[in-house]
Design a protein around this ligand. Sequence first.
Ligand SMILES: [Zn+2]
Length: 257
Amino acid sequence: MAKEKKIVNITEESEKSKEKFGKDAKGNIIKLEDQGNNEQRAKTKRIFAVILWVIAIACEIIAILRLTDKISLFAQMDKTTFLIIFIILDLLFFVPGSLLWKKANHIDPISEKDKAKFWIWNNLGTILSVLAFLPIIVFVLLNKDLDKKSKTIVTAVASVALIIAGVSSYDFNPVSSEALEQAQKEVMAVNGTDTVYWAKHSKKYHVDPDCPAFSQSEEIYEGTVAQAYEHNLTEPCRRCIPELHEDHEEENDKKDN
Ligand SMILES: [Zn+2]
C-alpha cells in the first residue's frame, strides 16, 4: 500500500505563473495567456547576471592595473596577495552571474532553430569566462617585475578559476522553446492540463501523482511543465504517459524516479 503523500503546489510557494493553456473548438491546444510573467522574471535574472559579470570583469581589470602599477590600491599589500584576492573576487561574482543566466534560459528558453545562436546564448557564461580570466593570466606571464614563484602561484589560481567558471557556466541540459512547447502539448494531451508532479530527488516529471515512482516519497510537488523545466526536470516519466511508454523499452522505467 502506498504511503500517505502530501502534495505541495509550487505556484503557491513561489511567484504565480500566468501561463494558462486551453483547447480551441477543433481540439488544438492554444495558449490562453502569454508567458509575460515568465519573460519578465527571466529578464530580471538576465539583467542581474550581466551586472555580476561586469563586476567580475572589473575585478580582473583592477588586478591588471595593480599588476602593471597603473594604480596603487592597497599599496601596503604585496602584489601576489592582491592579485589572488581579486581573482577570487572575480570568480565569486562571475559564477552566480552564470547560474542566474542559465536559470533565466530555463524559465524563458529561446528557439533552437538557429543552432549557433542557441549554443552561444545558452553558454554565454562559458564564453565570457575566457574574458574574465585569460587576460590576467597573459598579463602575469608577460610581466617582468613578478618573480617566478609569484607568477606560478597567480597563474595556477587564475587557471583553476577559469576552469571552475567555464564548467559551472556551461549548460549541460539546455532547454529550447520548441522542447518546452512539445512537452506542454504531450502533458496536455494526457490529462487536459499542463500540471505535472515531482518529488525532491526526481530526475523526471510525472503526469500522475500516484505514479509508482512516488512510492517512497512523502512529499510531492505540483506545478506546470514550465515550472518543472525551471527546476531542471526536462524529461517526462514514461510510466505515467502511456503514449510515450509504448515507444520505449522497460529499461527507462528503472530510472524514472
Ligand atoms: Zn511517473
